[in-house]
Design a protein around this ligand. Structure first.
Ligand code: HEC
Length: 156
């Protein structure tokens, strides 16, 4: 009993110590690879919508209704004060590590979210067509800041 209590305490302390250290570059790189190759599905799913101006613009509208709170209207965190503070931080969707995903993987991320990060699942909130059009918008993001800032507080 004594021993196991001490062991548990020791483990708890060791875990606490672990938590206090930010993940190393290596750990983060491994996590990113696992995410890219294992967690995120849909790799070979094709976008049924061509990148016409109308489809991209519809994607932008859906994005500015559901995603802008965390990603900004431009997908580059413009006007999102907490983006850097989230763990992991909200990435700019123009970043190479995001653009390297296939269309199908981006669609999968939107539909399922990324557990346990702050990226929520849109399944049941957005329909499939909206999700595919949002993928088109992610491929055609405007220059950072060009869409202005969203009104996060709303009109009262
Ligand atoms: C509540 C805040 C929030 C909302 C709303 C949100 N996201 Fe995210 N998003 C995040 C966070 C936090 C991350 C970083 C997650 C990670 O790297 O694990 C993220 C990451 C992403 C990524 C990159 C994933 C990666 O592996 O690098 C994409 C693409 C994305 N979001 C698209 C969207 C789209 C499209 C919408 C709207 C349908 C949306 N997000 C709505 C918070 C949000």
């Amino acid at each position: 009993m004594m021993i196991s209590t001490r062991l548990t305490l020791g483990l708890a302390l060791a875990l606490a110590a672990c938590k206090a250290t930010p993940p190393s570059r290596f750990e983060r790189a491994v996590a990113a690879q696992v995410k890219r190759h294992v967690t995120v599905g849909g790799k070979s799913d094709r976008n049924p919508f061509p990148a016409t101006e109308q489809n991209v613009s519809r994607g932008r509208k859906a994005f500015s209704a559901y995603c802008m709170a965390c990603h900004g209207l431009d997908g580059q965190n413009t006007g999102v004060p907490f983006a850097e503070a989230m763990s992991p931080p909200v990435p700019r969707l123009t970043a190479p590590e995001v653009q390297l995903y296939t269309d199908g993987q981006l669609h999968w991320i939107i539909e399922n979210g990324l557990f346990p990060s702050g990226m929520p699942a849109a399944r049941g909130i957005l329909d499939d067509e909206q999700m595919w059009r949002i993928v088109l918008f992610i491929r055609h993001l405007p220059p950072a800041g060009s869409l202005g800032e969203q009104a996060t507080r709303g009109a009262r």
